[in-house]
Design a protein around this ligand. Structure first.
Ligand code: AHM
Ligand code: MG
Length: 329
């Protein structure tokens, strides 16, 4: 059997990652192992399953595990020595860390601590999504809102942890995308999916089709194309919608496919958050050869206007996203 390559060794030796990015990845490792462990015990211990009784800033019911994950990641970033501030989907405002070490740090992390939280109680895959930027404010001062509202093109790295049938960490940086699987025996993330490339077309489409009458009617032509014999495979694609973006995205990254969350009546600007969900996955998509747009514009070029901004989202295999866009014109 070939030697296992741990994430901690990989980032230092093969990816030429700066020491501060390595510290953030170490923080992601620590927090995601805590969350992964908690998820594996869900149902057996009290503090894991169910709603905790309050809504988050977006008016969505917070689950207990949303908060467990949020605390674990904030603690890890705060203590890693490389991050001056964070913003999380679960908190109304960003947090500028106050220690001298943090004020002198260079990195910002934006994250969704637990994506797909409506799936927590039903044992379906969920994940953590994160995005890393360099600050634009001066070192030695507290992080600012401007640091948080940078376009996705400024991301230095991004990734996600998928708590699925195994726990995986996907990490994308300038040189490409690599996947690591948490080995339960050693409790280490080990390189399992080197140099991931998203197929340019796949046989699967993911959209909440319950929304079909609540969105742009032109989308019906794209779904009809997916369901027809007239597409790239001359056979209907398969519909696959998990309802955890990170899990739907991961399947499409490996097998090829498209994920769509358009503007709908209930969410006129789209449902997914630009900073915590769309930008990091757009970065990973592009680094692996895929594409992410609003249906009109490239996601990574949007200039964020607020922390919890939502956008319509088309992400996945390049040819499929381009085809969907062509039918929306
Ligand atoms: P969350 O971050 O609160 O879990 O919300 C985002 C989730 C995505 O993971 C998922 O694709 C989508 O919302 C599901 O929405 P819907 O239930 O409207 O289909
Ligand atoms: Mg989410």
């Amino acid at each position: 059997m070939s030697k296992l390559v741990f994430l901690s060794d990989f980032v230092l030796q093969e990816q030429d990652v700066s020491p501060d990015i390595a510290k953030v990845l170490a923080a992601v490792e620590i927090a995601s192992k805590i969350v992964s462990h908690d998820i594996r015990q869900a149902g057996l211990v009290d503090h894991i399953l169910g709603a905790q009784g309050l809504d988050n800033i977006q008016g969505e019911a917070q689950q207990k595990l949303d908060l467990v994950a949020d605390d674990a990641f904030i603690d890890a970033f705060q203590n890693c020595g490389a991050v001056c501030g964070i913003a999380s989907e679960e908190n109304e405002d960003f947090v500028a860390f106050t220690s001298d070490e943090a004020k002198n740090a260079d990195l910002i992390v934006l994250f969704d601590p637990l994506d797909g939280s409506s799936n927590i109680d039903v044992n379906v895959s969920i994940g953590t999504i994160f995005s890393i930027y360099r600050r634009v404010s001066a070192k030695g001062t507290p992080a600012t809102l401007e640091d948080m509202l940078q376009p996705g093109t400024e991301q230095v790295a991004a990734g996600y942890v998928l708590y699925g049938s195994s726990t995986m960490l996907i990490y994308a940086a300038a040189k490409g995308v690599n996947g690591f699987t948490l080995d339960p025996q050693s409790n280490q993330f080990c390189l399992s999916h080197p140099n991931l490339l998203m197929p340019s077309v796949g046989r699967m489409y993911a959209m909440n089709e319950g929304n079909i009458n609540a969105c742009d009617p032109k989308l019906k032509s794209y779904l009809a194309y997916c369901q027809s014999d007239e597409n790239d495979f001359n056979a209907p694609y398969s519909g696959r919608y998990i309802g955890s973006l990170v899990a739907d995205f991961h399947r499409n990254l490996i097998k090829g496919g498209i994920y769509i969350y358009p503007a709908v009546h209930a969410h006129p600007a789209g449902r997914l958050r630009l900073l915590y969900e769309c930008n990091p996955l757009a970065f990973i998509a592009e680094k692996s050869g895929g594409l992410a747009t609003t249906g009109q514009e490239r996601i990574l070029e949007l200039k964020p206007t607020s922390l919890h901004q939502r956008v319509p989202y088309f992400v996945g295999s390049k040819n499929m996203v381009e085809k969907a866009m062509s039918l929306l014109q």
